[in-house]
Design a protein around this ligand. Sequence first.
Ligand code: F6R
Length: 247
Amino acid sequence: MNIIEVKNYDEMSLKAAEYIINRVKNNLNLNLGLATGGTPKGVYNKLIEDHQQNHTSYKQVKTFNLDEYIGLSKEDSNSYHHYMNENLFQHLNILNENTHIPSGLNDDNEAECRKYESLIIEAGGIDLQILGIGANGHIGFNEPGTSFHSKTHVVDLAQSTRKANARFFHSLDEVPTQAITMGIQTIYQSKEILLLASGKSKQDAMVKLLSGEITEEFPASILNNHPKALIIADEEALFRVKEISIF
Ligand code: F6R
């Protein structure tokens, strides 16, 4: 696992966007794994700016998002479908049929999970997966204790995750209690992984991630074993790591 330290959120966003653009230019048929949340918003803005200025094309790119809340329709303003359309897809020349996000509204969630897993495999696997990280080490919605062998599955969201995400809803009660997420194995099988972290709320997670201990109690720790994982983190996120000299 390699680390690039950057000054702040803006620099993290720029570096990550440059990294992604480079991959898109070198592989027109890139399968790109995407995340939602606060962390990648700046990256998506930079991808849009680049698309407008330099016309980087996403016409043949396929995307696979990590997760979606169960119970929210695609049109719901808190769904990850809506987030992706607003923050990225509608501003690029990506084809709608090439963007994939698990459906949070269907009759059979288990079948939806199997279908999603097959879609990724049929596409040839994910070339580059973008990740944020939860304070408890979650990646996607894989909470502590999730098996490292898990594939796309239904999860009960940890209360800490619901609280962290309540900022996007009117109240905590509105935050769904379940989601569909790529499993840890699904994520780990990506050929390349780019994890982004910015700000004080990620300091403890960075300490645990970079301590090198690999445990299902801290899902992101599996990335220590990945042959091609890169972290781009800002000074604030790495502050405690440097204080205790593990980086
Ligand atoms: C989002 C996702 C989550 C977030 C994580 C960090 O699709 O899967 O794992 O990456 O909760 O969220 P932010 O970026 O809001 O701190």
